[in-house]
Design a protein around this ligand. Sequence first.
Ligand SMILES: [Cu+2]
Length: 178
Amino acid sequence: MKSKLIFTALWLPLMLCSCNQPEADGNLAKVAGTLSDTATASSAPLNDTTLLPIAEVTLRALGNTLEEIKYDQDTLEVKAGAHVKLTFVNEGTDMPMVHNVVFTTPGNVEPVALAAAEVGASGNYVPASSAVLAASPMALPGQTVEMEFTSPTKKGNYGFVCTYPEHWNKMHGVLVVK
Ligand SMILES: [Cu+2]
């Protein structure tokens, strides 16, 4: 698996280069050679999910009081650079059990949550910050919302958190990017 990833990583820039500048090179033989190499290389990844892995994830919000509320998982795992399709189910039944899922850069769950409270309802509780990677819509009690985003290309432990006021301390977790 690892060698496959390295192979893809090495070939991608070469393929892009050969597409962008075939004529600027001026060396026809060299261009022809590059093109045929590219054709060989690009035929391989057709069924190769490492090129654009898709991660389908379901996360649930549980509980009906500020003491009870939590996500059903405290860790989510996805591959680096994956197309993530997240289904977020709010199983709460009472207001104000309004929840979202905001993904953050490593170590920024608390600052993002506190900034979100300042932004308030008019800003959908999502601060304009480079620490925010992606944010779901707010899910009202009983609602299911969906979101799609590309996971970071850099491996590491990222955060996710509900930014509805006073929920973050009970509702946060780690997005492990592998
Ligand atoms: Cu919440």
